[in-house]
Structures are given as structure tokens and as C-alpha cells.
Design a protein around this ligand. Structure first.
Ligand SMILES: O=P(O)(O)OC[C@H]1O[C@H](O)[C@H](O)[C@@H](O)[C@@H]1O
Length: 318
């Protein structure tokens, strides 16, 4: 009887994984309403997220190299175990330049061997241990559902010493024109300005707008941040847990020109909004695990009442 039941139980769809034009393993996630996401094992990077109308929601540099030697500038990648140059490791840590593996045992999360989510893993290597003698495992679940892309990062200390790290999930969002964008949810908060030697300021504006390079670390941010694109009349809502900080970055014209892997005009069509834990490094006791959560959704700016109401966008009041 039980064997008949087992035969009748719907089998999970196999993961859609294939080598792309450069031979890099690429995973395609799909779901019933027609949205999709693409993930590279190299860097564990999400390189595409399209809505049900097949519109791309993530920015990718026009000079992305698509080679397995450096993370592409764009999409969503993880900076770990160090954000930026705040330590002795390479800029933004090694995770974005590693070849990740499929995680067949993502316990205690249920296995996700279907076409709308994937579990990835990297373990510390000799290089990591040379610079920071404490072994770890980093697991990343990427899940797609109607209108939403969810990332669940988990770090496990697999050593008998304390593990300390900083981390960010770096989201390059595609926008119509950076001068048409407002970021809401960070007003009145303190931030460190990376363009002014990490000096501390308090945000005075009602919303963040852009008229040049910006590189800030907002501290103790709320769990929801809205990125409103006036021209497209679309709003990204970033919801996060266990990552108290948020990075807001746009290189502006001059810095974009100096970056070899970014087209001169590309800065207009992107904004980086990172979920992050940077100001206070995360500490894990021996064998402890940390778990974060990030959910991105993209909604019509006027989905509530025909008028943008930030309180509705930010706090979901209907
Ligand atoms: O050029 P990358 O190493 O990818 O870093 C890109 C950017 O990442 C973050 O947003 C930092 O705050 C910026 O200072 C940095 O320029």
C-alpha cells in the first residue's frame, strides 16, 4: 500500500541546470505565473530575475565579462566573509568569486529539488583558513514565487573557535533613470558616508534621491525599504531580517567611467541596495549557525489607491 502511495506522490521536477554559452553552469528557476530567475554556480550569483511579462528587473553591466574569473557587475551576489575593504581579505570577500556547489542536504530547510528554488553551498578553503583560521559553511537558498525573489543565507561555524564576519547581499536593481528614483524607509537614520572616510551623518531628507555618486551605509534600518521608480511607476520593496544595515550605492558618471567592467552610461540604469551586517560584525560561537532573510518584490507604485502612499509601500497597509 505504502509503495502505491509513494508511486502516486508527485515527483519533484528536476532542477533546470545547463552550461551557458561560456560553459558556466546556469540554473533556471521558473514558476506558474511565468516569472523566472537565473543563477550561476560561479559566485552563487543571481544574474537575471524577470517578471511574468518577461521584463528584466535586475541590472547587468553592459561590460559584464561572463567569464569564470570574476563576479559579473550586476545581478545579486553575496559579499562574505568581509564587506568591502574592512579587513585583511580581498575586496568584498571570496564568496562572490568561488564556484558554489548544489547543496543536496540543506537541513533543516526542506530539500528544494524543484524548478522554483535552489540550494547552494561553499565551504571554507585553505585560502580562507590562511587568512582567517576558522572553518565555515555558507549555504544560500534562492527561491522564486509570483512577484517575489527570496534569498536565505546561512553561515555555520564548523570550528571550535569564534567566527566573526561581515556580509552583504548586493542587489543591483534595474531602474529607468537614477534621477527618477527615490529610496524611502531610511529617513532620520544615521549613516556612514564611504565618500567621506566613513564619517557619520543623520539623514535629513524625506527620501533619498540621486544627483551624483552615492556610497552610504545606513545603520539599524527598518525591515522594509522601498525603491520607487517614478518613470516606470514601479516600486521594489526590499524586506530583510537579521541584516540590520543597508548599503545604498550608485557610482555616478565619474566613478562609472573609472570602473573597467561598467559602461560609461550604465550608472543611470542601476541602483545597488544591499541587505547587510557590517557596522557590528556577526559573531558565531563554535558550531553555531546564523540565518538571514531577504525578500525582493516588484509592484506597481500605484497599486494601493492610484496614488503612491509610502506608508502602504513600506508597511503593507491596505
Ligand atoms: O567594485 P566592487 O568591489 O564590486 O564594489 C562596488 C561597491 O560595493 C559597495 O556598494 C561599496 O559600498 C562601494 O564602495 C563599492 O564601490
Amino acid at each position: 500500500m505504502s509503495s502505491i502511495r509513494a508511486r502516486l506522490r508527485p515527483r519533484p521536477m528536476p532542477l533546470n541546470i545547463f552550461p551557458d554559452m561560456e560553459g558556466l553552469p546556469r540554473i533556471i528557476l521558473t514558476e506558474a505565473t511565468g516569472s523566472s530567475a537565473e543563477v550561476l554556480l560561479y559566485g552563487g550569483q543571481v544574474v537575471s530575475w524577470k517578471n511574468e511579462r518577461k521584463e528584466e528587473l535586475l541590472f547587468m553591466s553592459s561590460k559584464a565579462n561572463w567569464k569564470q574569473s570574476k563576479a559579473n557587475r550586476g545581478g545579486i551576489s553575496v559579499c562574505f566573509p568581509q564587506f568591502g575593504n574592512l579587513g585583511s581579505l580581498e575586496q568584498h570577500g571570496s564568496a562572490r568569486n568561488r564556484l558554489w556547489s548544489l547543496d543536496r542536504d540543506p537541513s533543516p530547510l526542506p530539500p528544494s529539488d524543484n524548478q522554483s528554488s535552489v540550494d547552494l553551498i561553499i565551504k571554507s578553503t585553505g585560502v580562507d583558513l590562511k587568512n582567517r583560521p576558522c572553518s565555515f559553511e555558507f549555504r544560500l537558498r534562492i527561491s522564486l514565487s509570483a512577484g517575489k525573489l527570496i534569498l536565505i543565507p546561512r553561515v555555520r561555524n564548523t570550528d571550535n573557535k569564534t567566527l566573526s564576519f561581515t556580509l552583504s547581499i548586493s542587489n543591483y536593481l534595474s531602474v529607468s533613470d537614477i534621477s527618477e528614483v527615490r529610496v524611502e524607509g531610511l529617513e532620520t537614520l544615521d549613516y556612514l558616508d564611504n565618500l567621506l572616510n566613513r564619517s557619520r551623518f543623520t539623514e535629513q531628507a524625506d527620501a533619498i534621491t540621486f544627483d551624483g555618486q552615492m556610497d552610504r551605509l545606513y545603520l539599524r534600518t527598518p525591515t522594509k525599504i522601498a525603491v520607487i521608480d517614478h518613470e516606470k511607476k514601479r516600486t521594489f520593496v526590499l524586506q530583510k531580517n537579521a541584516m540590520p544595515d543597508a548599503v545604498i550605492w550608485n557610482p555616478g558618471y565619474r566613478k562609472a567611467k573609472a570602473l573597467p567592467d561598467l559602461g560609461d552610461a550604465d550608472y543611470k540604469f542601476m541602483i545597488c541596495v544591499d541587505s547587510a551586517a557590517i557596522e557590528t560584525p556577526l559573531m558565531l560561537k563554535p558550531y553555531e549557525e546564523w540565518k538571514g532573510y531577504q525578500e525582493l518584490s516588484n509592484v506597481s507604485s500605484s497599486y494601493c489607491s492610484g496614488q503612491l502612499d509610502p506608508s502602504k509601500v513600506l508597511y503593507g497597509f491596505h
